[in-house]
Design a protein. Structure first.
Length: 288
């Protein structure tokens, strides 16, 4: 079998066009466009380049996207004061805090201080709690991207055996709840899945494999079940080349669908942030 590629760049273009039309509709109805703010602490170069690509995505869709820069030595209290100010600003619909943050800053405490209806990354406990209950429209962006690519396969997830490799707060754990919502049977693997051959045997039995480890080509193509769907979230820089966590060619020879790296989950993630920014705007404007 040779897998169909789940093309993140094409999906990103399609979603961008849909969101652009939605912003135009909201602008016509309210006279306003969604406005979001990215709090960047210190002058981190990678934050700047990732932030720039988000800004480009926002501008294409018609979202007003601004940066608030705080000094590297900002205190936790000053950060919380800034968050309070943005929470109370009726002209700001969405706020995010750029990672990484300098040592001494408690990121999760800061994210939890965001008003849940402005938390566009969906990483505060309010939105994560709603995700747990299956009741949030604000889904963390990378898991949302993985689920959108899974949906692109057209395969009904209900009743399928899904294996998630990785249990980070930002990717693996939210995915568990999103897959459960779709009635998949979910197994989660992590560094504690260390008994010899256990990771391999879980992957071998999976209809759907979603990998977010940060370890290049760790998941061997030979482990992938014939006809499985493989979503590779990993981004690894190996000698200047970006690769995923799955051995792509060998996996593609067995899978029915697979995401490439680059060009899979990554391009859809920034669009999902914009989708959340539109959702928070709609909630605040009381518009469906
Ligand atoms: N495409 C995108 O938009 C996007 C967004 C975010 C992240 N990423 C990429 O996705 C990857 C994962 O990111 P992350 O933030 O989730 O990373 P992370 O916080 O480092 O989590 C990695 C996970 O992999 C598990 N793991 C590590 N070694 C393992 C092993 N030998 N066997 C089984 N599980 C193992 C860890 O288990 P423990 O929990 O036991 O330590 C952990 O749960 C990275 O490459 C990152 O760059 C991509």
């Amino acid at each position: 079998m040779s897998a169909t590629i789940l093309d993140g760049r094409a999906l990103s273009k399609e979603l961008t066009a849909q969101l652009k039309a939605e912003v135009a509709r909201l602008k016509a109805a309210t006279g306003k466009v969604p406005r979001c703010v990215n709090i960047v602490i210190g002058q981190d170069a990678s934050a700047a380049s990732y932030g720039k690509s988000q800004k480009r995505a926002a501008e294409e869709i018609g979202i007003d996207y601004q940066f608030t820069y705080l000094a590297h030595h900002v205190s936790q209290k000053e950060l919380l004061d800034q968050i309070k100010f943005l929470n109370e600003d009726p002209e700001v619909n969405g706020v995010m805090i750029h990672k990484p943050v300098p040592e001494g800053i408690d990121f999760q405490q800061a994210v939890n201080a965001l008003a849940p209806e402005k938390d566009i990354e969906g990483m505060g406990t309010g939105n994560l709690g709603r995700l747990f209950l299956g009741k949030t429209p604000i889904i963390p962006c990378t898991p949302a991207s993985a689920m959108a690519l899974l949906a692109l396969s057209g395969v009904d997830i209900a009743g399928k055996d899904a294996v998630v490799v990785g249990r980070s707060e930002i990717v693996g754990k939210p995915l568990v709840f999103l897959l459960l919502e779709k009635n998949a049977t979910v197994t989660v693997c992590h560094s504690g899945t260390h008994r010899a051959g256990r990771l391999e045997s879980h992957v071998r039995s999976a209809d759907i494999v979603i990998v977010a480890m940060g370890k290049p080509a760790f998941i061997k193509g030979a482990w992938v079940k014939e006809g499985a769907i493989v979503i590779d979230v990993g981004i690894n820089n190996v000698n200047g080349k970006i690769t995923g966590d799955v051995e792509f060619d060998a996996a593609a020879a067995r899978a029915a669908f697979i995401t490439p790296v680059p060009g899979g989950v990554g391009p859809v993630t920034a669009v999902m942030l914009m989708k959340n920014a539109i959702e928070t705007f709609k909630q605040q404007a009381g518009r469906p």
